[in-house]
Design a protein around this ligand. Structure first.
Ligand SMILES: Cc1ncc(COP(=O)(O)O)c(C=O)c1O
Length: 388
């Protein structure tokens, strides 16, 4: 395809890391994963990084951890404020743990949650705020974290799409009590499948470690607040304290993650160069609403919403893109309210969500990658300006 949605960012270093790991004979979670966790936490200046097998699993064990806190745990029936646009597995753990969703519209320009609706979303039962920075563009994380603090809410940042973005000089994925990342193909770094939870909170880190691996104590230090070690090695080796999962990462993914992390700053720089070119070509054209950058985007991809005040047929635009061999897709997962899965949720909508519906019905994205895409972006521009 002339302009792909996603492309591999691996080179010889990642292949060598895989070879090295295969040769070691240790393929399940071990030293490579532990080193990657240490290096990842260091990169973001956070105390704990806990690797799992996907961003979805990071969200699952993150939400789960809040239900097992010693003090002030979440309970079934508590409410969580969420944006109307994100990926399905931002929401699914909330349903699985029995939370009620309060769904808030996004801004049509940034595509992130409209923080002017937060007060309206709040009820006496609100206990959790989930922030999502869409496609590399930081949400108003400063406003959101202040709001969460002021109202005593737990704050989760689903940063699966926005690794290495910054707001006021601070990396996204460091504002929350819990912060989640995805290393799926096409994301800012790729470990095949993979994800991470970042937190500064010792108890939450241990809860996540415990839920990640069977709910047992084996990956916890004897000083953990989660349990009192006993003097019986036979039973201690298989001691279950939480109803956990097995969402551990492979050692191979940890080894590749270390190589990818080293390349991340350069890859983000390359993405941002493409982004500047895209903004320059499309920014002033009223036919196309492109994402307004908040802070410093790590530019996962380029979003375009066909101006709803103009008579532009999206199906025709899609046909033109197909003919030009340009990949395109829905923005993130679109508006969650448009999905059948909502019949399984307990939720209410805060007012209405016209912007999320517009993004769903009139929007799409094309890929960004960490190398020069000038010919692709210029062709996209030429194709769209002639067909709209
Ligand atoms: C906002 C968001 N959360 C969670 C995920 C899930 O990540 P994964 O595909 O690694 O499970 C994604 C996937 O792209 C995402 O965009």
């Amino acid at each position: 395809m002339f302009y792909e949605l996603a492309a591999s960012t691996w080179g010889d270093e990642e292949l060598a890391a895989i070879q090295r790991t295969l040769a070691s004979g240790r393929l399940t979670m071990g030293d490579e994963v532990r080193s990657f966790e240490r290096e990842f936490a260091g990169y973001f200046g956070m105390k704990h990084a806990v690797m799992v097998n996907s961003g979805s699993s990071a969200n699952l064990v993150g939400v789960g951890a809040l239900f097992y806190k010693k003090h002030n745990p979440l309970k079934r029936g508590d409410e969580a404020i969420v944006p109307a646009i994100s990926w399905g597995t931002t929401y699914h753990p909330l349903q699985q743990y029995g939370l009620k969703l309060r769904i808030v519209d996004v801004e049509l320009d940034s595509l992130n949650i409209d923080v002017s609706r937060l007060e309206e979303a709040l009820t006496p039962n609100t206990k959790l705020l989930v922030a999502v920075s869409i496609l590399g563009n930081p949400a108003a994380l400063d406003v959101l974290s202040t709001f969460a603090d002021r109202h005593g809410l737990y704050f989760i940042e689903d940063n699966c799409e926005s690794m290495d973005a910054e707001l006021n000089g601070r990396k996204t994925g460091t504002f929350g009590d819990l912060n989640t990342f995805s290393f799926f193909f096409s994301h800012h770094i790729s470990t095949m499948e993979g994800g991470m939870v970042l937190t500064d909170n010792d108890e939450l880190a241990d809860l996540v470690r415990c839920l990640r691996a069977h709910g047992w104590t084996r990956d916890l230090s004897p000083e953990s607040v989660l349990f009192e070690p006993r003097d019986e090695d036979f039973f201690e080796a298989y001691r279950f304290i939480l109803p956990g999962y097995n969402v551990r990462p492979l050692e191979l993914s940890g080894a590749v993650g270390r190589e990818q992390l080293r390349k991340l700053p350069k890859m983000t720089e390359a993405r941002r160069k493409n982004h500047t070119l895209f903004q320059g070509l499309f920014g002033q054209d009223k036919r196309f609403l492109i994402q307004r950058e908040n802070g410093k985007s790590s530019s996962f991809s380029f979003t375009i919403i066909l101006n709803p005040d103009m008579d532009i047929d999206r199906t025709r635009v899609f046909d033109t893109l197909k003919k030009a061999d340009i990949g395109f897709r829905i923005i993130t997962g679109g508006c969650i309210l448009r999905h059948d899965v909502m019949r399984h949720f307990d939720y209410s909508v805060v007012g209405d969500t016209p912007n999320a519906f517009t993004a769903h019905d009139r929007g799409f994205f094309v890929g960004n990658q960490p190398f020069d895409l000038r010919p692709q972006i210029e062709k996209l521009h030429s194709v769209l300006t002639h067909s709209c």
